[in-house]
Design a protein around this ligand. Structure first.
Ligand code: ADP
Length: 526
């Protein structure tokens, strides 16, 4: 029986644009390996991975959104090879597109409200088809795309049979709240009179605010970020303060099986052992390959940036910061991987021409290249304005790349400065979001690399030995589930492959309006 159902817009490897995908792709796996069977459900996008995977249809139904009936199917990933059951909701016409949120030109899909409401209702329709004793013991919703669910199960008569299931809402990014105007209220399913206003925040329907008010527990991905949300969260500050008693900060783990320098198939040279000499060989070989690919010098420190080029990540600060070094002829080189705002992309593109041989940029989303950059760089810079947890610094440390970070959110919680007297340092930190502070941090990194290679070796060894695995976070999530009265408990998990022809889902214990529940069938899309 699925004890915890994670409901999300992303889940790696089926769909990922950032950390949300990584977390939802690994947390269920580690909960399951702790004997708490957890599954994930996301919309079925036409991503390459989804199209090539084999799926079993386990449920068919329909939902009404703004006077349109949308038929859907719930597909289960065949074989259970991910370490947890992954389900996708196939909503023809709404999600079978190549992009997750945006079309190939980068523009957001215009029917976001319909898509989001249809997906959330479809998940609940599917859950209603479970016999009551077989329903998950926690509905764990991630980010605003699933933020209406805690409200729907409480206040929409159609879903009231699910109301006893505790809901947890995790904020991976408080910058995006999914707000839309009341003129679009027709997209919501029918609700009890007067309860629509619960979704209101500053005159808009705000799914994130609705979830903070109605979920049984609210978590975010670091303690510092939780504190920051109370100070500044695009208008939700007072709400965060009001609900403080049910809020938790839990730092993310990383999937140590995917991010393992000893076995990672996406890097050119794997780590042979954990001693300083082997680490040196690992770093030098991977750096040599990167430098060859991008025409950069091997004998200068290589400082990389990976990420979405958006305001939160502070990538717009980097062109000016880098130019200070490049114009001064400093012995340091830079590599950038990312996509995002046009201004930043264009700046980086023109810098490739102006500073070739010392600077390079790949304006793309490229998972394999990101692994090689984590493995082959000396430093990874994260000048973020906002950073709820940040995974890049965790991956970079795992691959022996020293992080240079702004002291904010999860970066503050995971990267103490190497100058700390207590010897806990893991990287280089700077406080203020300005060119001077970032330049000084890079200057410190570059000087250490040129003048103190032994310290570089020691820091690398230290950060590669840190255990960033999910075990710690899993224990904290289990605490949260229990604190809200969920009966989650370790039990024997039998992750057998999905059968060829699974039985038709059992009828719901209570009558539902779910129109069609047909026999499951196997589909393979190639
Ligand atoms: P966020 O979710 O805010 O984007 P995180 O640090 O939590 O930031 O997670 C970012 C994830 O996305 C990391 O796995 C990072 O390697 C990956 N990533 C971001 N941009 C790219 C890119 N252009 N190519 C490959 N991976 C990327």
């Amino acid at each position: 029986m699925i004890q915890v159902l994670h409901i999300s817009a992303e889940c790696y490897p089926a769909a990922k644009t950032g950390g949300l995908g990584d977390v939802v792709g690994s947390l269920p796996k580690y909960l399951t390996s702790s004997n708490v069977l957890s599954a994930a459900i996301i919309p079925k996008y036409a991503t390459k991975w989804n199209v090539n995977a084999e799926w079993i249809t386990v449920f068919k139904g329909s939902v009404w959104v703004d006077w349109h009936e949308h038929y859907f199917e719930v597909h289960q990933h065949a074989g259970n090879t991910l370490g947890y059951p992954l389900f996708t909701v196939h909503l023809p016409g709404l999600f079978d597109r190549p992009g997750i949120y945006n079309d190939p030109s980068g523009a957001p899909y215009p029917d976001e409200i319909r898509r989001s409401v249809a997906f959330q209702q479809a998940v609940l329709e599917w859950l209603l088809s479970f016999p009551w004793h077989d329903r998950p013991r926690v509905l764990h919703c991630h980010d605003h795309h699933t933020g209406l669910i805690p409200w729907m199960v409480k206040y929409c008569p159609k879903y009231q049979h699910l109301a006893p299931i505790p809901t947890v809402f995790t904020i991976h990014n408080g910058q995006y709240q999914g707000a839309f105007g009341w003129s679009n209220a027709r997209y919501l399913p029918p609700y009890e009179p007067g309860t629509g206003t619960i979704l209101d925040w500053n005159g808009h329907i705000n799914p994130m605010a609705g979830a903070i008010k109605t979920a049984w527990a609210v978590t975010t991905v670091s303690n510092s970020y939780l504190y920051e949300l109370h100070q500044s969260s695009l208008g939700l500050e007072s709400l965060f303060r009001q609900e403080w008693q049910k809020e938790w900060g839990i730092i993310n783990g990383i999937d140590a099986a995917v991010w393992d320098p000893a076995t990672d198939p996406m890097i050119q040279q794997r780590l042979e052992s954990n001693d300083v000499a082997a680490i040196k060989t690992f770093k030098e070989a991977n750096k040599a390959i990167l430098c060859e690919w991008f025409g950069l010098p091997k004998d200068w420190p290589l400082i990389s940036f990976i990420g979405r080029m958006v305001g939160e990540k502070g990538s717009d600060l980097l062109p000016e910061v880098y130019k200070r070094f490049l114009n001064a002829g400093a012995r340091v080189s830079f590599l950038v991987l990312g996509t995002g705002e046009t201004w930043t992309q264009n700046e980086f593109r023109s810098m490739v021409h102006a500073y070739g041989g010392r600077f390079n940029a790949v304006i793309d989303y490229n998972e394999a290249l990101s692994h090689q950059i984590y493995a082959g760089s000396d430093f990874l810079i994260m000048p973020s304005r906002v950073e709820p947890c940040g995974l890049n610094q965790l991956y970079s440390m795992r691959y022996g790349t020293i992080p240079i970070v702004r002291s904010i959110g999860g970066l503050k919680d995971t990267v103490p400065d190497i100058a700390e007297a207590d010897g806990t340092g893991r990287g280089i930190r700077f406080d203020k979001f300005n060119v001077e502070d970032a330049v000084y941090a890079i200057y410190r990194a570059s000087s250490m690399w040129h003048n103190d290679p032994d310290t570089v070796d020691l820091v690398r060894k230290k950060i590669m030995d840190i255990d960033f695995s999910w075990e710690n976070a899993v224990a904290q999530y289990l605490n949260v589930y229990k604190s809200i009265g969920s009966s989650v408990a370790p039990e024997v998990v039998n992750l057998t492959p999905v059968p060829e022809e699974p039985a038709t889902p059992a009828p719901a214990a209570e009558p539902t309006e779910t129109p069609k529940t047909k026999k499951a069938s196997r589909t393979k899309k190639k």
